[in-house]
Design a protein around this ligand. Structure first.
Ligand code: SAM
Ligand code: SF4
Ligand code: F3S
Length: 561
């Protein structure tokens, strides 16, 4: 998972009566209208999503639930009766952002009695439930990530006649460390398949779809709060995922991204079946995993890739997956990546550190040599593949020499993109038993040093695209405000460090942005109607974090190598 730079405010919505503002939707069948309960007002909601792609996907499900019971979206947080905050807790800063909003939320509730605030996501952990009200005083209701499917129900927005899927269902799942449960995920979604069938997933894009495949994480990275907030791994049934991919394809989505904290462990907890008898991967992942006869990510990629359109090509042209743990990256997966035409030539493979002792303290299970071996194999199997990674600097006990080893590995492996962060101690994690002994100023300095190095590597990697024709899936019109912000802020991922980052938009053209199959951000000018299309672009400028190009007349893709 990668953190988005901003917890961009995206639409969200509590007690039944007080929040009410909107009339419920009228009964469809006039014959039964006399049995309809009196029209009551439904709240307008706004979902504020922070964190990674999994949170974005979860927010789509929560918004879908609220829309299904008759709520409407509010255009802004300030105009909402119901505010749902889907939090991230990966670093202290992410939680501080929401804590810092408590004053504003309290004021909103004072001036608009009836406003209710729900806090969900990784900030809500069972082990710390008692302290939540003190830390988030403006919040009325707290839901753990696995409780999110009960949002509408808990708010009293679901009538007794609600579809079965909206009623609660429980399946126990807890993470146990040394015989003690450390996280719970015992209110699992009744079934995403039901939510999908009943239209209760409000996708935020019509171009790219999120497809969660495995929830939770069984790894024990010592710095990481995710296993405590999201509980143990639970894989979705294979056929449910393929069916969702089929419906995504039928709806015309151009891209699908399979989601999980560690997608490479997909399937190990599903029952063995004869049809998966050819799968025999064995590996250990904290505990010993036996994948014999069970589906894996490679099988899933192949099955989704095999969904074809009338032209015989993959019906979802771009297939991605995130995040891969280096220890669990199998040869079977590498094979599927190289053989499935829809699987994009990009891999996010977090390395975290370039020093074996630090990796061991981080509980990452692999060595730099293992990582190097995986990368070499992938680069051989998928020539030109773009690779992004995550790095933590200033982890407990990291010496100058160990940090220098990370820089050296970065110079050697030459990543396309690096998401780097200073270590932030997280409550309840095993790393709290180690001394957080790298001073804040040293962490900052190391982070800047690493980012400066990556800037030059990124520039060189992106320079390889100059003069080439690439397929760009146009995702959005770039708002003017965003353009100004990008040009002011050279650290922004869109910055090209040139006077006009976006180029001059010609007559009838607007500034557009999209991504290549290699996940490169490309700026171009063109007709607004191109959003959602794959176009051919000649790359004319390369910066460290993005490319800029000229739209070519041909719509069909003719990439040059
Ligand atoms: N499972 C994914 C993985 O292994 O990359 C996602 C993990 S986490 C949600 C995303 C990234 O946040 C991690 O790769 C790590 O670099 C960073 N991260 C996690 N915990 C951190 C902490 N305590 N301090 C700083 N960065 C952290
Ligand atoms: Fe956290 Fe490690 Fe799991 Fe990723 S693999 S979510 S870093 S514990
Ligand atoms: Fe994602 Fe943040 Fe949770 S990165 S998994 S929302 S801690």
């Amino acid at each position: 998972m990668t953190m988005r730079p901003e917890g961009a405010l995206a639409p969200l919505a509590v007690g039944r009566v007080e929040m009410a503002r909107r009339a419920a939707a009228p009964a469809v069948d006039p014959a039964v209208s006399e049995f309809r309960p009196g029209a009551h007002e439904m709240p307008r909601f706004f979902v504020w999503t922070l964190g990674c792609q999994m949170n974005l996907s979860d927010s789509e499900e929560m918004a879908g639930q609220l829309l299904a019971v008759g709520c409407e979206r509010a255009p802004s947080l300030e105009m909402a009766d119901l505010i749902v905050i889907n939090t991230c807790a990966v670093r202290e800063h992410a939680e501080a952002k929401v804590i810092g909003r408590q004053g504003q939320l309290a004021e909103l509730k004072r001036t608009k009695p009836g406003v209710r605030v729900v806090l969900t996501g990784c900030g809500v952990r069972e082990s710390e439930r008692t302290g939540l009200a003190r830390r988030f005083p403006a919040v009325d209701t707290f839901l753990r990530p696995d409780e999110e499917p009960e949002l509408a129900l808990r708010l009293g927005l679901v009538s007794a006649q609600a579809p079965v899927g909206l009623q609660t269902a429980t399946t126990a799942a807890t993470t146990v460390v040394s015989g003690r449960p450390v996280s719970a995920a015992d209110h699992l979604a009744p079934n995403r398949a039901t939510a999908l069938a009943e239209g209760r997933v409000a996708r935020s894009s019509t171009i790219s779809a999120w497809l969660p495949i495995v929830y939770g994480c069984d790894k024990t990275c010592t710095y990481c709060i995710v296993p405590f907030s999201r509980g143990p791994e639970r894989s979705r049934p294979f056929d449910d995922i393929v069916a969702e991919a089929r419906s995504v394809a039928a709806a015309g989505f151009q891209e699908a991204t399979l989601l999980g904290q560690n997608v490479n462990s997909y399937g190990h907890d599903l029952p063995a079946e004869a049809r998966f008898g050819h799968i025999s991967t064995r590996r250990s992942s904290g505990r010993r995993l036996d994948l014999r006869g069970r589906p894996d990510l490679a099988e899933l990629l192949r099955s989704i890739d095999a969904i074809t359109g009338a032209d015989g090509r993959p019906a979802i042209p771009r297939l991605r997956f995130i995040t891969s743990h280096p220890w669990d990256l199998s040869d079977r997966l590498i094979g599927a990546m190289s053989e499935c035409p829809s699987v994009c030539e990009h891999l996010h493979l977090p390395i975290q550190s370039g020093d074996d002792v630090t990796l061991q303290r981080m509980g990452r299970q692999y060595t730099v040599d293992h990582y190097r071996d995986r990368l070499t194999r992938i680069r051989a199997a998928v020539p030109g593949i773009a690779v992004s990674t995550d790095v933590i600097v200033g982890f407990c006990g990291e010496t100058e020499a160990q940090f220098a080893a990370t820089l050296k590995v970065m110079e050697e492996l030459r990543f396309d993109t690096v998401f780097a962060a200073a270590y932030s101690p997280r409550p309840g994690t095993p790393a709290l038993r180690m001394a957080d002994d790298v001073p804040a100023a040293v962490k900052r300095r190391r982070l800047n040093e690493l980012l400066a190095l990556q800037e030059s590597i990124g520039l060189e990697r992106n320079g390889e695209w100059l003069g080439r024709n690439v397929e760009v899936l146009v995702e959005r019109i770039t708002p003017r405000k965003r353009q100004a912000a990008d040009e002011d802020n050279p650290a922004d991922d869109a910055s090209l460090r040139v006077p006009s980052l976006y180029g001059a938009a010609g007559e009838g053209s607007v500034a557009l942005a999209g991504r290549t199959r290699h996940n490169k951000l490309v700026h171009l000018s063109g007709d607004a109607a191109l959003v959602g299309s794959a176009v051919t672009v000649r790359i004319e400028f390369a910066g460290p974090f993005a490319l800029r190009g000229r739209l070519l007349p041909e719509r069909a893709i003719a990439p040059t190598s």
